[in-house]
Design a protein around this ligand. Structure first.
Ligand SMILES: [Cu+2]
Length: 288
């Protein structure tokens, strides 16, 4: 499966170098951040944020797992040792001070430990750093619009139909993941995204980056990520937004700085015509 995807990505790269045009030049790198048949768990982390989140999840799984085992063991002990047959004459006491103190203190300690590990992860995600670049994303019913605010252009991103996938270098498993245009970002750069909605609440996410942000009309929320490897990563709208909620996927391509510069030059030309027709672009440039 992996190899197949790698090969299709490779084929797309070759295609991109032979067929010019910014849209095709976006086809680069391995198709990394996508669900894989028969697998469970997280997609491989492509950012520090995602690694932190997955580490926290593992820690919580251990803590909750041990608590479940402990409670089950206590219940089994009570059922076996204190049933009517083995303990016909029950004791009549109603208090045990040391145990009551313990079952108050121990859960507090458990929560304090969880808090000590989870709050730094939360803060790291929510404290938006000074970004190397800023992209504004707007959720529409039912597609995404992107604006490279610093560069003064923007484009919309629609899902690829089944019969369009091959043309863009994807196999059929990328239906409802792959889009016609993609967000292109350079590897190792801090990207800050402003997320908003134009009509109803949508939610922008890339699971492999560990980011998810509701796109709420009338406000611009922010998220950030710094992708550590090149490749193509996928997400899907994650807030029920109407009948085509399932049909507005997200594609992000992480490329080398040189590839990004080349894409940027082409994209500026290709999408420049949108500038006059997209009033939000000018408005947003001033917000930023
Ligand atoms: Cu949506």
């Amino acid at each position: 499966m992996r190899t197949e995807r790698f090969l299709s990505g490779l084929a797309a790269t070759v295609l991109a170098t032979t067929v010019s045009g910014a849209a095709m030049a976006q086809q680069a790198g391995e198709l990394l951040g996508a669900p894989v048949d028969g697998k469970m768990g997280f997609q491989p982390a492509a950012t520090e944020l995602a690694r932190d989140l997955q580490g926290l999840d593992h820690l919580l799984l251990w803590i909750t797992g041990l608590i479940v085992l402990f409670v089950c063991a206590l219940m089994a002990w009570v059922m076996i040792r204190y049933n009517r047959k083995t303990n016909a004459e029950p004791q009549t006491f109603t208090h045990n001070t040391p145990i009551e103190i313990a079952w108050t203190i121990v859960p507090i300690l458990v929560l304090a430990v969880i808090g000590a590990f989870s709050l730094p992860v939360l803060f790291k995600q929510q404290e938006i750093p000074e970004g190397d670049m800023y992209i504004k994303v707007t959720g529409y019913q039912w597609y995404w619009g992107y604006e490279y605010v610093d560069e003064g252009f923007g484009f919309d991103s629609y899902k690829l139909e089944r019969d369009e996938l091959a043309e863009y270098g994807y196999d059929q498993s990328f239906y409802l993941l792959a889009t016609d245009t993609a967000v292109v970002v350079p590897v190792g750069k801090t990207v800050v995204m402003g997320v908003t909605g134009a009509d109803v609440i949508h939610s922008w996410t890339i699971p492999a980056f560990g980011v998810k942000q509701d796109a709420v009309p009338g406000r611009v929320a922010e998220l950030w990520f710094k992708a550590e490897k090149t490749g193509t990563f996928f997400g899907q709208c994650s807030e029920l937004c109407g009948k085509d909620h399932a049909f507005m996927p997200i594609t992000v391509k992480v490329v080398s700085q040189e590839d990004y510069d080349a894409w940027l030059a082409g994209a500026k030309e290709e999408f420049a015509s949108l500038e006059g027709t997209t009033p939000e672009l000018i408005q947003l440039a001033s917000v930023q």
